[in-house]
Design a protein around this ligand. Structure first.
Ligand SMILES: Cc1cc2nc3c(=O)[nH]c(=O)nc-3n(C[C@H](O)[C@H](O)[C@H](O)COP(=O)(O)OP(=O)(O)OC[C@H]3O[C@@H](n4cnc5c(N)ncnc54)[C@H](O)[C@@H]3O)c2cc1C
Length: 384
């Protein structure tokens, strides 16, 4: 007889590990199935650091979720002793009418979030490593900073296991079907039945969620680590903020302080501008011309950063057409399936609150969190 669960969670990356934790913390019998090993490098939740911030330029509707995510960072830190969040401050730089600056200011104003508006001279004075153009400004937020993706995933897996969840690694779901009042889930090893299914597929969404009606685009992204010219001291987190920097051509680059000492330097990446790929076709090699383009770009705005190139790594974004998330009951299976996907390159900072929302949706069918923006119906193809 197949084992029976209250909830099966597919994918134990960022979102699925958080779902497994929140579901099991409420007493649900949980099975988590993951295609690869724990805390792997082949999805979207690796690379040592992710920006977190509250003055959210993408839309003020994200702010209440961020306020809750910040509380949960502390809970996870307390419960596991792992280093989850480093709030070193952050500065969002660009021309005043850029989305990065104007959108951040809109959220800060609407939600009354503490922030300072800095002109170019003030940015240079407070953060001597940053070299803005005279017509650029910055919104500084003291509560911005970074979260550590591998630690967060490991912590959620640890908590879920402690709370009795069964987590099976290297056991991908092959397919599932409705069964009685719930679902039946198949792997090469076994078949499981459950009342509820929660699908957190990351870049595998186009394969696992064909009937969702959302046109996902999977995008290859590269993270670069450089050793700053003149040493890491000015780049240490006690001296250096995270930054998101939009230039006159609307190209956004973002970077981190040197969080892991001189050997690992400081990380930077372009936000978007990646190549369309699939998890099977992604080019994992980072090429000379890409490294040169990043070094040239940084030489203009953080001139000391591209001293020596240290390493690079690839990662995948799962984009929706409007770059907002999809978190909902599955429209085709509203009684038994919940989905969390399309995080469009900005999901990690929300991981713990998404876990809480998924537990709400799977166990009660609804959530008190404001998730209207993430309804997949907004993206359904218009009738011909
Ligand atoms: C380079 C880069 C930089 C980023 N920077 C930021 C940032 O600064 N701030 C921020 O907030 N966000 C950032 N993001 C986005 C954020 O990291 C992602 O939104 C988040 O990690 C997505 O988590 P996920 O759970 O959806 O995907 P994943 O963590 O990839 O998890 C999906 C899991 O599903 C598993 N899976 C797939 N198919 C199956 C199957 N059939 N059976 C079982 N398991 C399966 C996969 O193996 C994987 O483990 C960045 C992303 C990248 C790539």
């Amino acid at each position: 007889m197949s084992p029976t669960y209250d909830v099966v969670v597919i994918g134990l990356g960022g979102m699925g590990s958080a779902a497994a934790h929140h579901l099991s913390s409420r007493g649900a019998r949980v099975l988590g199935l993951e295609k690869f090993g724990p805390v792997h490098q082949r999805g979207s939740s690796h690379g040592g650091s992710r920006i977190t911030r509250q003055s959210y330029f993408e839309d003020p509707a994200y702010v209440p979720l961020l306020l809750r995510a910040y509380e949960l960072y502390e809970d996870v830190e307390r419960a596991t002793g792992r280093d989850i969040a480093t709030l070193c401050g952050g500065v969002m730089i660009g021309r005043p009418d850029s989305l990065t600056v104007s959108g951040s200011l809109r959220s800060a104003t609407q939600w009354d979030l503490p922030h300072d508006m800095l002109d170019a001279a003030e940015i240079r004075r407070r953060f001597p490593t940053l070299a803005p153009q005279d017509d650029e400004v910055g919104l500084f937020e003291r509560k911005a900073g970074l979260v550590r993706p591998e630690n967060m995933v490991a912590a959620h897996l640890q908590l879920a296991t402690r709370q009795g969840a069964d987590l099976h690694f290297d056991e991908p779901m092959t397919h599932w079907e409705p069964y009685r009042d719930g679902v039946r889930v198949h792997t090469a090893e076994d078949t499981y039945t459950a009342g509820q299914l929660v699908i957190c597929p990351g870049a595998w969404a186009p394969r696992l969620l064909t009937d969702l009606g959302v046109p996902f685009t999977i995008e290859r992204q590269v993270m670069y680590w450089f050793r700053p010219r003149g040493g890491v001291r000015p780049f240490l987190p006690e001296n250096h903020p995270i930054y998101i920097w939009e230039d006159a051509d609307n190209v956004q680059v973002y970077g981190f302080p040197a969080i892991d000492g001189p050997e690992l330097g400081a990380k930077v990446a372009f936000f978007r501008k990646g190549q369309v790929c699939t998890p099977e076709t992604i080019d994992r090699t980072v090429h000379e011309d890409e490294i040169r383009a990043m070094a040239d770009h940084m030489a203009r705005c953080v001139p000391d950063l591209p001293g020596a190139f240290l390493k690079a790594a690839t990662c995948m974004y799962s984009n929706t057409p409007d770059e907002h998330f999809v978190i909902a009951r599955h429209p085709a299976h509203p009684e038994s399936v919940t989905v969390a996907c399309g995080f469009s390159g900005h999901g990690f900072k929300f991981v713990p609150v998404v876990g809480e929302i998924l537990a709400d949706l799977a166990l009660t069918g609804t959530t008190p969190h404001p998730i209207g923006l993430f309804d997949p119906h907004r993206l359904a193809a218009a009738p011909a």
